[in-house]
Design a protein around this ligand. Structure first.
Ligand code: FE2
Length: 382
């Protein structure tokens, strides 16, 4: 018998204004809090103040670690861990986009596990860390519910994917109001990242019934709400729907894996600093074309989830509609479509492909990819 496993936080609190509950939830896990966030956006948007007010109302002691950069590095994790240990932190609030959330989850485990975060690139951390309460302020990574983090090893120019049960936060608080001020290009890129999570989890070799329902729902909600959130950032209904959908996509990929798009996007981030969601967005339509014939039934489902009418069509035509629907949605986001537009150098494509093919995400792709295939895909969207 093949069994499947589905892991999730203990509690999910969803709804506008739910950030006010962060103090009450945090108090259940500890008394000395480290708020881990990015360098500026959570201050500008007022999200950090809302967290601090809630902690103060519960008389909790806190420190703020606001040194997390985009694509958090090993050095940032080391620094945060050192400070957290010195200050005897016993609960962490992760506040921000995917980068602060991933850094916070890494610091949480490194307070309790031996060695350095680099040691866990291919080895699951065994000891549960300091509890993490995750509060996302972008709708994309699903990190608040996932068992994965991505930490950049700048020395090796590698984005390390690290996974394990110990990396699932204890509590996720999803408040759409916190995402209202996200700029439209970031909304677009993070939303396309979430769509990629859902599609890749659905076609992954590790897909399972519990992830399939989450993935299909996420695809449907994202296709109805992403363009609205991009084109009118103050649309709270679209914002809340996107936050919910990216959480579902997070559940799906956390338990079923991502696939070839993510294998190929990570080197783009590591070599050229292309933002994660943007790199996925550029790759997704082309990689879907590459994968379609390996699982046309699933592509037909994706097309239908995105509102395409497949009635009376052959399986080939119906499955092709999934690619068309993603291209149409992508066009509505206004994001660039070529790697050359985001600073990628053509002469490095072979190195990118060599890194991508080594990724575990490539192994669960529905179509077995060769190095030559990956080079061709990169070149075709250059
Ligand atoms: Fe992603």
């Amino acid at each position: 018998m093949i069994s499947s496993v589905f892991q999730s936080p203990k509690k999910i609190i969803y709804g506008e204004g739910s950030v006010e509950q962060v103090g009450i939830e945090t108090k259940k896990y500890g008394s000395k809090v480290m708020i881990i966030t990015g360098r500026s956006s959570s201050k500008k948007t007022g999200a950090l103040d809302k967290i601090i007010d809630s902690l103060k109302s519960e008389n909790l002691q806190y420190i703020v670690f606001d040194k997390v950069e985009s694509d958090p590095s090993v050095d940032t994790v080391d620094l945060g861990t050192k400070i957290a240990k010195e200050e005897d932190v016993n609960v962490i609030i992760a506040l921000g986009g995917g980068s602060p959330l991933d850094a916070a989850k890494a610091i949480g485990i490194m307070i309790k596990n031996p060695g350095n975060i680099v040691d866990y690139e291919n080895k699951e951390p065994q000891v549960h860390g300091v509890p993490v309460i995750a509060v996302p302020t972008t709708a994309g990574t699903g990190s608040e519910v996932s068992r994965f983090i991505v930490i950049t090893d700048t020395k090796r120019k590698i984005k390390m994917l690290i996974g394990g049960e110990a990396l699932v936060p204890e509590v996720a608080i999803l408040d759409g109001e916190l995402t209202l001020m996200v700029p439209s290009d970031v909304t677009a890129a993070t939303g396309m990242d979430a769509l990629t999570h859902a599609i890749e989890a659905y076609i992954s070799k590790k897909a399972q019934p519990a992830t399939n329902v989450q993935a299909v729902s996420a695809i449907s909600i994202i296709s109805k709400n992403l363009a609205k959130a991009v084109q009118n950032g103050e649309n709270i209904e679209a914002r809340s729907n996107m936050l919910f959908a990216q959480m579902q996509a997070g559940f799906a990929f956390s338990n079923a894996s991502v696939a070839l798009v993510h294998a190929m996007s990570r080197p783009l981030g590591a070599y050229f600093g292309v933002p994660h969601g943007l790199a996925n967005a550029i790759l997704l339509p082309r990689v879907m074309e590459y994968n379609r014939a390996a699982c046309p039934e699933k592509f037909k489902d994706i097309a239908e989830a995105m509102g395409e009418n497949t009635e009376g069509l052959s399986l080939r035509d119906a499955s092709n509609l999934a690619v068309k629907a993603v291209k149409d949605l992508y066009a509505e986001t206004g994001l660039p479509t070529k790697l050359r537009d985001v600073g990628v150098k053509e002469e490095i494509i072979e190195d990118l492909a060599k890194d991508a093919i080594k990724s575990g995400s490539a192994l669960v792709n529905p179509r077995k990819a060769s190095l030559e295939d990956l080079i061709e895909i990169y070149k075709s969207i250059y």
